[in-house]
Ligand binder design. Structure first.
Ligand SMILES: NC(=O)c1ccc[n+]([C@@H]2O[C@H](COP(=O)([O-])OP(=O)(O)OC[C@H]3O[C@@H](n4cnc5c(N)ncnc54)[C@H](OP(=O)(O)O)[C@@H]3O)[C@@H](O)[C@H]2O)c1
Length: 432
């Protein structure tokens, strides 16, 4: 689907369902970037569901400790809120974090990969060599994916030992609707390096960069889901909506003014945004399988951007996946074993890549591949629409009468497809 400015406004004004609840007794929940904003509010909701362990992964010890204290006071959580230090702008921190988790040997039921930054305009690089304005590709994508893959064995182990279905929630955004990649980037040898490594990327930083990192979050979710081949892990990406938080703290000048006006008119609270993370983590009930690989918005499955569903988008997704794995193996060779042991090449994609890999591919095979693409696209679209219908039916069964009324009002306000794309200035100002 497409999303324009009025669609965005309608989404922001749509009534929200209350936060979903579940019994997290005995379970372990991990939230990255949990010291403030949407991540902190999600952690508070989880605390009220009383998991056995609640882990806040934060880059700053000081801020993390303050968040732990605040959370305990605000929720009366009887368990121990654990603070684990994680700096996504530093691969060695991600590796140590995952090693500690592995050594700890505990279960992992819910991983909410929430931490992200909205880049500023100054081009810098992390010590690992990635664009760091400050560190958007490394924080929002490479490290988020690295952490998810390194913790995948713990989640699979949890599924097996406890007969559970762990959830991996990648926090994306509606701004993915405003992003796409140039073919020249996708067709380059390694788009990640060209996009953000100091050896190949010298700038300038495009104003759509944050939106692109959020599109890459969806690519990762979808590519990983395709390779999980029905394994008992549900991976989703989620849009919390445009919220008050410190995300846009680096905006300056006119952009900061526009953003502040837009916040006053349209922003939700971080708590409201966090409900989407909670839904992705515990919602869906007996139809939770419908959430696999899905993009979640307003507590239901929603169709992602047309670009993602297009052939070009799918090719970009696959190229970014393949080269992501290559890059992450360089960072930590364990990634290779995890990918080899736990993931399976998706059938559709292997057909497609064999076609794309051979320039001399027969007309027949090319035709077949594009037929498969359009079948896949239309199947995805149909499934997504069915999911929304099923979900709203499910929600209306589950929630109180009042909530049902709110839901149906929300449905009637759901943004329609729009042809206009958002003015890029507004787009950056609402970058979220
Ligand atoms: N706010 C919105 O309007 C909006 C809309 C759509 C999607 N989102 C998404 O929602 C998620 C949460 O954002 P938010 O609005 O709550 O922003 P926020 O208040 O700025 O919180 C971001 C969190 O990420 C952490 N973080 C940043 N860089 C990190 C790093 N290198 N290593 C580890 N943690 C790091 C921050 O830690 P520090 O406090 O130490 O910086 C903070 O805890 C993000 O994925 C964002 O893209 C937000």
């Amino acid at each position: 689907m497409k999303l324009g400015f009025f669609g965005f406004v309608a989404q922001q004004r749509a009534p929200l369902a209350p936060a979903h609840k579940a019994d997290l007794n005995g379970k372990t929940v991990l939230v990255t970037g949990a010291n403030n904003g949407i991540g902190y509010e999600a952690a508070k909701h989880f605390a009220r569901m009383q998991p056995l362990r609640l882990i806040l992964a934060c880059r700053s010890k000081e801020k993390g400790e303050a968040a732990v204290e605040k959370l305990k006071k605000e929720t009366n959580y009887p368990g121990t809120v654990e603070l684990w230090i994680l700096d996504l702008a530093d691969f060695s921190s991600v590796k140590s974090f995952a090693e500690k988790f592995e050594a700890d040997g505990g279960r992992l039921d819910i991983l909410v990969a929430n931490a992200a930054i909205d880049p500023n305009k100054k081009l810098e690089y992390t010590k690992d060599g990635w664009e760091s304005a400050t560190a958007s590709v490394q924080v929002n994508n490479l490290s988020t994916s690295l952490l998810s893959l390194l913790l995948l064995p713990r989640m699979l182990d949890t599924a097996e030992k406890y007969n559970a279905v762990p959830r991996l929630v990648i926090v994306s955004s509606l701004v993915h609707y405003f992003a796409k990649f140039k073919k020249s980037l996708v067709n380059s040898k390694n788009p990640w390096r060209k996009y953000g490594h100091k050896e190949e990327f010298k700038g300038p930083l495009s104003k759509d960069r944050y939106n692109e990192t959020k599109l890459l979050n969806l690519f990762f979710t979808r590519a990983l889901n395709d390779r999980l081949a029905g394994k008992p892990i549900i991976v989703t990406s989620v849009n919390p909506g445009y919220c008050y938080s410190s995300l846009r703290r680096r905006l300056t000048g006119l952009q900061a003014i526009i953003d502040s006006l837009m916040e006053k008119a349209l922003a939700r609270t971080s708590e409201e945004g966090s409900r989407q993370l909670v839904y992705a983590s515990v919602g869906g009930g007996y139809r939770a399988d419908q959430l696999r690989g899905a993009y979640i918005n307003l507590s239901k499955v929603e169709e992602p951007s047309d670009y993602i569903l297009s052939k070009a988008g799918h090719e970009a997704q696959e190229k970014f996946w393949d080269t992501l794995v290559e890059e992450l193996i360089k960072v930590d060779p364990k990634v290779k074993k995890i990918v080899d042991d736990s993931l399976t090449a998706p059938m559709m994609d292997s057909m497609m890549s064999s076609d794309m890999g051979s320039k001399k591919g027969s007309k027949k095979s090319k035709k077949m591949s594009s037929k498969m693409d359009s079948m896949k696209d239309s199947k995805m679209e149909k499934e997504s629409k069915m999911d929304s219908m099923k979900d709203s039916k499910m929600d209306s069964m589950k929630e109180s009468k009042m909530d049902s009324m709110k839901e149906s009002k929300m449905d009637s306000m759901t943004p329609k497809m729009e042809s206009s794309t958002m003015n890029s200035n507004m787009n950056t100002a609402m970058a979220a």
